[in-house]
Design a protein around this ligand. Structure first.
Ligand code: MN
Length: 248
């Protein structure tokens, strides 16, 4: 029996996680280790300054009062008797495309799996409000089934975004690159009842630069976007320039 670790950043009781677990159950033994509370945009944060408590909610389902990264690290290094065949993070409510992947806790959980040598994938439903995860869960399970029967490299990390439509309206899969976000009114400045300024991050809904082959383009056209990610962020094109600086 194959084994899959599921985590997320929307919290252990999020509907997207529930739908994912239900869809994966026929394929493998599914173990859940997810944050107790929502951790969206927590990126790859690791909790180092206070102890972590793990609560068993149901058999094979645990909640951690920490971040998505904490969850995957704890599961792989402490709770699972052997590494799972796959780590799946999601299904997130909201897209994780382009620069979103830098901020995303959903992607971070999958990235942690990949760093620790387990093939991993992050799945997001590309809508902040579409409440029906059934199509996304069905598509996720189909993709997971293919991955489980494939030989994958140790550092294998996928970022999947699914259009918010019923499963039968999804047009297929596209292998994509990360696109580019355009953020609008990023900081909202207002005044509190005592006359002091406060700031709220996240104003208008972000849009994106339209570029063919991107995750945004695929989802906009009704396709599932699957982006293979590297953990190595090195900008190799700048190495020669930096060598030329020679600080002696
Ligand atoms: Mn989230």
């Amino acid at each position: 029996m194959k084994r899959i670790l599921v985590s997320n950043d929307d919290g252990v009781s999020a509907p997207g996680l529930e739908a994912l677990v239900g869809a994966l159950a026929p394929l493998a033994e599914v173990i859940v280790m997810a944050p107790l509370t929502e951790q969206s945009a927590s990126s790859h944060a690791l909790t180092l300054r206070h102890p972590l408590r793990v609560r068993t909610i149901a058999p094979g389902r645990m909640a951690v009062d920490g971040t998505p990264t904490d969850c995957v690290l704890l599961a792989l290094k402490e709770f699972l008797p052997e590494p799972p065949h796959l780590v799946v993070s999601g299904i997130n409510q909201g897209p994780n495309m382009g620069e979103d992947v830098i901020y995303s806790g959903t992607v971070a959980a999958a990235m942690e799996g990949a760093i620790l040598g387990v093939p991993s994938m992050a799945v997001s439903l590309a809508s902040w409000s579409f409440p029906d995860f059934r199509g996304a869960a069905e598509v996720s399970a189909r993709l997971v089934a293919r991955l489980l029967e494939s030989r994958l490299p140790e550092r294998f990390l996928l970022n999947v975004n699914i259009p918010p439509v019923p499963a039968e309206e999804i047009r297929g899969l596209r292998a994509t690159r990360l696109g580019t976000r355009v953020y609008h009114d990023v900081i909202v400045k207002k005044m509190d009842p005592r006359g002091r300024d406060y700031y709220w991050i996240g104003g208008g809904e972000p849009t994106w630069v339209s570029s063919p082959g991107s995750d945004f383009a695929a989802v906009a056209e009704g396709f599932v976007s699957v982006t293979p990610l590297l953990i190595d962020l090195t900008d190799a094109g700048q190495l020669e320039f930096l060598e030329s600086l020679d600080l002696r």
